[in-house]
Design a protein around this ligand. Structure first.
Ligand code: ADP
Length: 507
């Protein structure tokens, strides 16, 4: 059924591509070089549109405009403008979702049903912050009055990835604007379209020209120029760990701008032996296959207790076989194509490496159809911790199931039987620390595991819950800092202490 779905003619998206130029100083303009690059439909590999290709000259122009424009917009007006923006997003939800599906390949059901509403929610959440940021008075010793002022950082440089183009736009731009900063945002070269569309809506909502500038382009050119720019005061980056290291280095070498990074992961999903296996299978499946497996927090190491392991593997296979792969615009489809040929080939190489290293390929492992970048939902069992498929981020629809055992230290009765000690050790033996999932009915197991797992988020009996209030971020090499909630606010404010003597200490 999956192969047939992709052999059919692709459904024509119900949206036109209106904006393909760079958005600088409130105007859509060509790149200084005049160059353009194609953005592709992952269903077919065909060109959707050619987009202006920004480079260092365009980044420089955008950063200068942003510097000049960091005049404080009144905070009440910032709040109102962001609320109007959220309303406009909802009004244009269908077009926005269609554009996102077209450029990225995610299902329309997901884009329209989950992501666009989350974007609106995120923007409203930060609108609420805009008029609630205020300074403190420090209770200093001695006869001094100490004000601690929270000021905008200035020009925020933001680099976003292709897996959630709109949501990453909202997570970045929402807090930056709420705090009174200006922004130069570089989109991912695979998915430039939706950010241009919504950035235009933000201007319709009343954003003054030059406060948000959007530059499409490639990483080593436009992205690196943004990281190195002397006029950029802060960087926020979401992408791979290797690129994050480059970003941090470029920031350090230029003007030491502070950097927040949200990077890769290889998150454990732990299924204890008391779990309802059907529910555990469904959630573990969702944790890894959601968004074609293209999530930094994908639960991509499925650790299953030996007592339920065989049943879990059998049912995971059945679930993967049932997963509906096809044109993401078609209703009922659960999985669209991967983003591009590079990711597609990389995922298939990981599958081969899983087979070569001796893991059991339970189902999948091949492409679907003969055009576009569709991959079969794939499940490996009997994986070992040291295998590449259990250590490296695959970023595709590939589940890797690992077995853990009940503790064998019979003398220590407390540890006996749960297997927790082993799974904690193995789950934490990883340089990533983004997220973790725990599936159990035992409150004690949930508490022990969630306290012991070294990860920025632990989802207990749920996964991928991303409300705007919940901090998201990383331990270890998964990144630096937190986004969302109150935590992002801190990333976009400077702290200034103003100290004045008190002439008459009695007062
Ligand atoms: P992926 O490998 O998944 O494409 P990347 O980390 O390379 O992830 O990409 C995430 C974002 O980082 C994209 O917007 C990309 O253009 C940008 N990027 C890639 N290389 C660099 C670089 N050297 N400097 C700055 N940004 C970069």
């Amino acid at each position: 059924a999956a192969a047939a779905a992709t052999a059919e003619e692709p459904i024509q998206p119900a949206v036109e591509v209106k904006h393909t130029q760079l958005l600088i100083n409130g105007n859509f303009v060509d790149a200084a070089s005049g160059k353009t690059f194609p953005t592709l439909d992952p269903r077919t590999g065909e060109v959707i549109a050619r987009v202006a290709e920004g480079d260092s000259e365009d980044i420089d122009r955008a950063a200068r405009v942003a510097e000049g424009d960091s005049v404080d917009i009144d905070h009440r007006e910032r709040c109102r403008m962001l609320l109007r923006f959220a309303d406009l997003i909802e009004r244009h939800a269908e077009e926005i979702a269609a554009l996102e599906t077209w450029d990225n390949g995610k299902t329309l059901a997901q884009a329209a049903g989950a992501e666009v509403p989350m974007v609106a929610r995120c923007i409203r959440y930060y609108a609420g912050w805009a008029d609630k940021i205020h300074s403190l008075v420090a209770p200093a010793d001695g006869a001094h009055h100490v004000q601690v002022l929270h000021e905008p950082v200035g020009v925020a440089g933001q680099i976003i990835p292709w897996n959630f183009p709109l949501l990453m736009f909202a997570w970045k731009v929402g807090p930056a604007l709420a705090c009174g900063n200006t922004v130069v945002l570089k989109t991912a070269e695979q998915t430039p379209l939706s950010a241009l569309y919504v950035a235009n809506l933000l201007h319709e909502a009343g954003l003054p020209e030059g406060v948000l500038n959007v530059v499409s382009g490639f990483g080593p050119t436009a992205g690196a120029a943004l990281c190195s720019h002397m006029g950029v005061d802060k960087l926020a980056f979401t992408g791979s760990t290797g690129t994050g290291q480059t970003v941090l280095e470029l920031a350090a070498r230029s003007n030491l701008k502070p950097v927040t990074l949200e990077l890769g992961g290889k998150s454990p999903f732990v299924v204890m032996d008391d779990a309802d296996v059907d529910q555990a299978v469904e959630l573990a499946h969702h944790a890894v296959f959601f968004n074609q497996g293209q999530c930094c927090c994908a639960g991509s190491r499925t650790f299953v207790h030996e007592r339920v392991y065989d049943e879990f593997v059998e049912k995971s296979k059945a679930r993967a076989l049932k997963r509906v792969v096809g044109d993401p615009f078609r209703s009922g489809v659960e999985q669209g194509p991967q983003i591009d040929g590079e990711q597609f080939n990389k995922i298939l190489r990981y599958v081969q490496s899983g087979v070569d290293s001796g893991a059991t390929l339970v189902t999948g492992g091949d492409r679907v159809g003969n055009r576009g970048f569709y991959i079969q939902p794939t499940v490996f069992a009997d994986a070992k911790d040291e295998m590449k498929i259990a250590r490296e981020e695959i970023f595709g629809p590939v589940q890797t199931i690992l077995k853990f055992r009940a503790a064998t230290r019979v003398l220590y009765f407390l540890a006996c039987g749960s297997g927790m000690e082993e799974v904690i050790r193995r789950a934490n033996a990883m340089h990533y620390g983004l997220a973790a999932g725990v599936f159990t009915q035992s409150l004690d197991a949930a508490n022990t595991l969630s306290r012991a797992l070294r990860a920025g988020t632990v989802w207990v009996n749920c996964y991928d819950v991303f409300d705007a209030t919940i901090p998201f971020g990383d331990y270890k090499m998964s990144g630096i800092g937190r986004e969302k909630g109150i935590y992002t606010i801190r990333n976009y404010l400077q702290t200034k202490a103003v100290v004045t003597p008190i002439k008459d200490p009695a007062w």
